[in-house]
Design a binder for this molecule. Sequence first.
Ligand SMILES: NC(=O)C1=CN([C@@H]2O[C@H](COP(=O)(O)OP(=O)(O)OC[C@H]3O[C@@H](n4cnc5c(N)ncnc54)[C@H](O)[C@@H]3O)[C@@H](O)[C@H]2O)C=CC1
Ligand SMILES: O=C(O)C(=O)[C@H](O)COP(=O)(O)O
Length: 382
Amino acid sequence: MKLVIDANIPAADQCFEPFGTLQRLSGREIRPVDVADADALIVRSITQVNQVLLAKSPVRFVGTCTIGTDHIDHALLNERGIGFASAPGCNADAVVDYVLSSLLLVSEREGWSLLTRTVGIVGAGNVGGRLQQRLQALGVATLVCDPPKEEATGALGEFFSLDTLIERCDVLCLHTPLVKDGPHTTYQLLNAERINDLAPGAVLLNAGRGDCIDGLALRSRLAGKGDITAILDVWEDEPEIDAGLRDLVALATPHIAGHSLDGKLRGTWMIQQAFAEHIGQPSPLRFSELCPLPALAELTLQQALPVEDALRLCVRAVYDVRRDHDMLQRHVFHQGIKKGFDDCRSNYPLRREFATLRVLLENDATVLEAPLLAAGFQVQCA
Ligand SMILES: NC(=O)C1=CN([C@@H]2O[C@H](COP(=O)(O)OP(=O)(O)OC[C@H]3O[C@@H](n4cnc5c(N)ncnc54)[C@H](O)[C@@H]3O)[C@@H](O)[C@H]2O)C=CC1
Ligand SMILES: O=C(O)C(=O)[C@H](O)COP(=O)(O)O
């Protein structure tokens, strides 16, 4: 059996070699000829799996080690009876870590407290739902907009319209998939009118998909009034993103919000499980066998600190978003936008999730137990 696999999928050898011969290729460069004799195709988000790629391919299974599936032509796979699996939730905690690291940074730069703000969450699935849980546990007020979920659950009163979020929230976080058809499209969900409606001082963060925001309109608001703060991890036209917009946002990262090692390995493992089931073979590999110990396992706080100072300290010990912002600046400076953007992603440095750090609290630092737990760390009081 031949499996064509994106070269950027960690632990692919360990997970998929038991099933056949692997061909590892750069995700943006997988061509029809590469899958002309393949039985399975395992990708990440950058490979367009469509009629052009699969026209002459005998592929019987497609797996994407990602949450998002907008790069997959689902109708085509259904029509041809090709098995499919994605990895829902695999890197959701990494994205929430990214959001917290970003918001704690801009709040410090701009001199406001995250704990007293209202955060609007657009899309309350695995990412948005976990973000809401962590923020609520920290005591941060949240409002959620998720019309499909509102309709499905009938939980009236728990959800708000996007326009209400824009009116009432200080921070707006987008965690929607890219949906181009149907009653709840997300393509340019934040259009020019809504961008214009954002109050001065508002913070807008997008870690869903780039096409959910009208980038030109955002650029013109930032270049014109310049009175809002934008944090973008995802962009229109990746990897050839708008250089002008990148220069104007407070934090610009190359679609890496979900790129923790834990999240990527979880994605690989989930697709390995799905593939084994698809071909009717057992899969004895446990997730814990794939995940190495973190370099930084423990940190001790011996005295109490203001809550946000303690959060910043622990967050930055595990994941400081400035590293990724600076990395994009550097790579783009040396290599230009397109190559720089992709090189950051393919050579992404090691990153672990907050949950891999145990924070030991001694003396009066034990008052920090609840907020550190809420943020996602393991906590132990002496
Ligand atoms: N930046 C990054 O590295 C990453 C980005 N993502 C993106 O984030 C998206 C969300 O991830 P999950 O929460 O795990 O997906 P999910 O499928 O669990 O949740 C998505 C939620 O968005 C809601 N939604 C759909 N249309 C909406 C609309 N018009 N308005 C408001 N809400 C709407 C859905 O009802 C659902 O509850 C993924 O589809 C992917 O595109 C995911 C992981 C990493
Ligand atoms: O899971 C998703 O959906 C994502 O957006 C991924 O984190 C993106 O990963 P890559 O495909 O960019 O490696």
